[in-house]
Write a protein that binds this ligand. Sequence first.
Ligand code: C5P
Length: 317
Amino acid sequence: MSRTKQARVRALAKINLDLRVLERGPDGYHDLRTVFQTISLADTLDVAYTPARTTSITAAADIDIPGENLAARAAALALDAMRRSGRVEIRIRKKIPLGAGLGGGSSDAAAVLLTLPVLAGRPIETERLLDLARCLGSDVSFFLIGGTAIGIGRGSEVYPLEDRQASWGVLITPELSVSTKEAYRVLDESRALTPEAGQTMINGFQSCVWEGRAGVSSRLAGNDFEAVVFARHPRLKALKRRLERLGARPARLTGSGSALFGLFTGHESAERAAAALGKEQAFPIRLITRAQYRRLWRRQLGPGIKERTWPPHSRFA
Ligand code: C5P
């Protein structure tokens, strides 16, 4: 009898409803204030685990992923944390474009961190999962919780916000990849960072969060990357204006780009805007709340999961 356990899971993309970049800290990373939001666009991962005495990990995607595949690294870290060995096979169907600011690679990695412990029957407590996520990249922690959440520090210290009402958007994914590292470098040079000393922007950010309007309706909300990324790619700025003219409130770059999103009050207005943008690789999206994110994970990890083991718990709980 095969001892292989497998699951097919969807790894959702994120947008940054708001993104403030502060000074760079001594660790070389910038201090952030951001509002993350999961959306309906998703990669699909098939993850299989077979216990064995030695470990081998393969991760293959249907497109070329330059550099190291984060999902494979996530599997290695998870096995290590569970003190398990064996064969892990991961197949990824990519729908989330690379270098778009949609967190696709991070979400795939988080999906592996959530899935492998269930397949191996060895829960990893929340504190440890957060450690592993931080080692993998700044956005990975957010995908352990999903919904609407604040990210501070490197963006890997994440606190959930109340679920927003169901809302719709349009996503534009231009055929253009922006290097996050490079975008931070240009931002440093241009001094377009949010100044901590002034406090005005931070106060604006705080008051929006307190009022449950995080990242959306305030004049002070925005994305600090827009200035430098739009200067280099004027087409992205023109697309933001088009989204606004079509009724998006707000229209914004996500992460360091190149994807842009616009939010709409209704499903139909989002559909109409996406159709009007037809040639621009635009499509309607849904904002996925934390309650929906949790339900999705429960469903996809199957009846095999025990209430006690998912969602992951704190060892201090
Ligand atoms: O951690 P992650 O791999 O997502 O970050 C990619 C690069 O972006 C880092 O190497 C760093 O140069 C930059 N970065 C930063 N400040 C952050 C997050 C990322 O400078 N808060």
